[in-house]
Write a protein that binds this ligand. Structure first.
Ligand SMILES: [Mn+2]
Length: 338
């Protein structure tokens, strides 16, 4: 068998002489012979197939150690090994793509902590003890939390379901205003609904609010009400015409001054941008909870139940203890590190 010079072999294998020297040094492909005087490498024609395989694996980016393992397999097993390598590589790429997206999102808002966070959440949505139908709606995922309280006739239930449903899809901070506008126009003249929702992008939260559903934040042991009721009585309180205690007992306390579908003008939503901190707990609820369960009881219950599901259930139980005169919806969500 006639041996080939490194140059002739390189041409046959479509490789460079430099690559062949590297494969020799790393033990991937040893020459068939080395001239003891000149040090010239010589290859056997039968080595071309292995050299081409190594070159092909290098082109797809396989590390040298893996190439060594694949190239020493029986020829029948090589294809399956390459397929398995590519499957694993694709999964790694997808993971990296998600991490890059998170990193870019952190960088774009100047956040240097770059912690990955997520939400642990629980929801309750019940008709209560007095009403015949449930016109409240909830939705929760790691990225969207929402409660809505429909009204204005039998279509109220459909309106609240549509409002939380519109956010449940592909809600993003960029499209939030357009989504709100669409719901508002779709329901004008048909039914109205409140909406209090949080849309998360990384550690950035957008809180959007219309009506008398509420958002509360439990942070470092303190409970804050983040939303301002869009009710006629709250407006009277704001204008100094009514005391807060009178508002709570007022016969018109449920009268809304802003609601989705309320028209004729496009609705004005309150929007707040917040930062999600691990340890934060959000409560979103309808007036069926906040009107009958006082702030102190909310605070105690949220503090006393570590698990979101236990907290949501305890809040629901309190509403029932208070007679559950209205539909009750709540979402309890904890910000946690992923
Ligand atoms: Mn209600």
């Amino acid at each position: 068998m006639e041996l080939l010079t490194i140059g002739a072999f390189a041409r046959a294998a479509r490789l460079t002489a430099r690559a062949l020297r590297l494969y020799d040094e790393t033990g991937l492909l040893a020459p068939a012979a080395v001239d003891p005087d000149s040090g010239y490498r010589f290859y056997a024609p039968a080595q071309v197939a292995r050299a081409r395989l190594i070159a092909g694996l290098r082109r797809v980016g396989m590390p040298l150690t893996e190439i060594k393992a694949v190239a020493s397999l029986p020829p029948a097993e090589v294809a399956a090994a390459v397929a398995a390598y590519w499957q694993a590589e694709t999964a790694r790429t997808e993971t990296r793509a998600r991490q890059v997206a998170l990193l870019l999102s952190d960088l774009s808002r100047g956040d240097t902590t770059m912690s990955e966070i997520t939400m642990r959440y629980a929801t309750r949505c019940e008709t209560g003890a007095v009403r015949d139908t449930n016109q409240d709606a909830t939705f929760a995922s790691a990225d969207v939390l929402a409660v809505a309280d429909g009204g204005g006739g039998p279509a109220g239930a459909a309106a609240s379901a549509a409002a939380v449903g519109a956010l449940s899809g592909s809600a993003s901070l960029a499209t939030l205003a357009a989504t709100i506008d669409e719901i508002d126009r779709a329901w004008r003249g048909k039914a109205i609904t409140t909406l209090t929702a949080i849309v998360r992008q990384g550690a950035q939260l957008a809180l959007v609010h219309i009506g008398d559903t509420r958002a509360y934040l439990l942070r470092a042991g303190e409970l804050s009400q983040l939303t301002h009721d869009h009710t006629w009585v709250q407006q009277q309180v704001d204008h100094g015409r009514l005391a807060a205690t009178e508002a709570a007992a007022h016969p018109q306390r449920a009268l809304l001054v802003r609601a989705l579908g309320g028209g004729p003008q496009p609705v004005e939503a309150d929007l707040a941008l917040r930062t999600a901190l691990p340890g934060d707990r959000y409560l979103l609820c309808s007036d069926g909870l906040s009107a009958v369960v006082g702030r102190t009881a909310l605070h105690t219950t949220l503090t006393g139940n570590t698990d979101p599901d236990a907290a949501a259930q305890a809040l629901l139980d309190l509403a029932f203890e208070a007679g559950a005169p209205d539909n009750i919806a709540c979402v309890v969500a904890d910000v946690v590190t992923a």
